[in-house]
Ligand binder design. Sequence first.
Ligand code: BMA
Length: 864
Amino acid sequence: MKKNLNLLILAISALFNWGCQSGSSPSTPFTMELNQNWQFRNVGNDTWSSATVPGTVHTDLLNNNEIEDPYYRLNEHDLQWIDKEDWEYQTSFSVSAEVLSKDKVALEFLGLDTYASVYLNDSLLIKTDNMFREYTADCKPLLKEGENTLRILFESPITIGLEKYDGYDYKIPVSNNDLAEIGNVPDGKYVSVYTRKAGYHFGWDWGPRFVTSGVWRPINLKAWNGFEIEDIFIQQKELGEKASMLAHVEVSSLSASEDASVEIMVNGKSIKTEAVKLVTGANKLSIPFEILDPKRWWPNGMGEQYLYDVEVKLTNKNVADSGKKRIGLRTVKLVTEPDEIGTSFYFEVNGHPVFMKGVNYIPLDLFLTRVTDERYEQTLQSAVDANMNMVRVWGGGVYENDVFYEKCDEKGLLVWQDFMFACAMFPGDEAFLENVKQEAIDNVKRLRNHPSIALWCGNNEILAAWEGWGWKNQMIEEQSQEVADKIWKSYQDIFHKVLPEAVAEFDGDRRYWASSPSTSMGVPESATRTAGDMHYWGVWWGKEPFKNYETVMPRFMSEFGFQSFPDFSTVQKYTAPEDHDVYSEVMESHQRSTIGNVTIEEYLVRHYKQPKNFESFLYVSHLLQAKGIGFGMEAHRRNRKHCMGSLYWQINDCWPVASWSSIDYYGKWKALHYRTKKAFEDLLVSYEYTDDSLKAFVISDLLEPVEAELKLTLMDFEGNKLEEVGKAITVKENTSEVYIELMQNKLLKGKNKKTVFVVGELVQGDKVLNQNIHFFAPPKDLALPNPDLSYEVKEAVDQFEVTVKTKKLAKDVYLYTSSTANFSDNYFDLLPGSEVTLSIPKSAASDLAAFKEDLKVMTLVDSY
Ligand code: BMA
């Protein structure tokens, strides 16, 4: 059936090309994705099994029922043999005489993971060694009319890694995120750094170890006559009353052509046609054009994400080719200039300083090819729903698929883009540097048209490791000064030369930042917190109190985080009931931080009463994480004069695991994600307190001032209003200010701190613009009453609705279902005598009765 379809496509394209040759219309390029008829086998095995391309060895074995679910219980540990083997993939495809008669026929490989030898009709076509690069190989001489065979041999990345490791006469420091021990790699040899492959495939402190292989992005057969557009870059030169643009068009031409012309279309309208001459070989055309009355692209929360479709058509009398790019017009600058504190570090978008509210992102699955567009949509929409405007694509994963950046463009999420280097030093021989250079060029060129990309960053935490974690001295002590110098030279070659040169040459308009965290090229984060970006892990790794988020104040917080367990419904998917103890072997295996469970527990008892059982423990771990990170986000925002960004670690998971994520592997929002949505509202009431005083801030990310009243109400848990303070204020645009400061003893007037709380509201008429609550004691010390909570469930058109009512204060109301759908709000405090209606998509249950049966509602008092 599939084969018939292929033949039909070929027949149609042959017809089309026949039309071209008759002279009726110019010849256009032919493209066919080779994603059919694939088979795979372990090298040395006689039998082939069916394979999915793009795909991975592990997912193909799974689809053929040859292995069990790699994420279930301890299965990961039994599947470590797969990456020690070599694997072969093959397909056959049919080529018409018509396609073969084209001047140029090539195979394009958009992603081979990683050590691949590609054979076309049994002749070696190309060998590759970098999963992040795109390769194109002329194949006309090897191709024949009719059936052709393409075979790809993937050599074990572990075997080759070990050869490389043993070939070096010095050791390269690598963090223990490389889980060599789980991988049964002899003598704990860290092989990850020798291979240009996603770092997290080798394990991480939130990830499994599966060093997979496979065709992870499409393979295309391409054929063309005359010339082909190889790349289009639509560069914004100036943006004001009009936008001055430059279309850079790279063309490969087989002959000189005097009669070609380029046409530029914007949103389907032709706006410029220019005659061009093509020379034989590579051509770089630059066509200036203008967009009048430009509509700007804004980050989420600041305005519309207007996008322009720009099409470039290149024709002469025989040939036509074209390409489209979707662009946005905006200015983005990283401002690092001397100021009264030290050196600033903030992003200025369309002339406005913007506080970055965001998050770090890791790949959505260990097996990249099973991430659907829907998963990208859910994750990035969740970022938008939580009022974020920036996502950092972290350097231990991958340069993401185009669809990721397209969605960021559409949703107004600025991207802090790391190059793929994290937590390890790297080799620096000539071949390695050349490989990195080509990787950088490929990815900068692929991504530079996206308005969402704000920054290129060289690496994650490598400078911090070398200077701060002591790697430099360790190398000098354990090896020699000479080895340390050699390793540092490799660092400088990659991050101070190869990468910035690629950015400057191919994307001159965007800033390059060599390492996160750092204060500038080669200088780690400053102890004085006056410059650069910071990863603050004193909370978590250092066991410091959450309160320290108020005092450890950088210019830009690009990482901070705290772990929790996944939702119970997720835990049930990878465990059996007998595993339901956080210290069970299975739960421990799905916890990759060396200090994970004990650290969660240690913080938990600082703030909460000991949970009564496993399920309650998971729930309270969510509350704890939300409390800590929420406190940090608000502190950063209150201090926006000093700090202009708050990106917590991390939005998502790549398998079901205890981790720092705010959304678990199955898409369930943890309490932290709901907390983030509130902490990142454009207008926010926020508190700073000591034992004596309480300061109420209002933070605004809006570009206009707001007239409103700030009201603070002291209430007891039964709902009695004890005190009220109000003030008419003008909330200045893009600021954080204290509007009310109170001495606690005057406010409390002898009331017990464990029995009262403050409700702060920013009010405009009868509209509440923002509400935030302050408690005077940690949750474990609050004298919480039984809230006397009730709820009703209703079915609406495309959702179920739950109305929750309470008589007394209901703290941390949690609605649980076993489905992966999320409620419109969850883990919230419900004020005495109030009610709220929440919704959840219908997908949560088969019908209303099943939903009612599945739904559980609890509050903090039920957890102990
Ligand atoms: C940061 C990240 C990751 C890591 C996380 C939690 O440093 O860059 O390397 O997973 O901390 O430890």
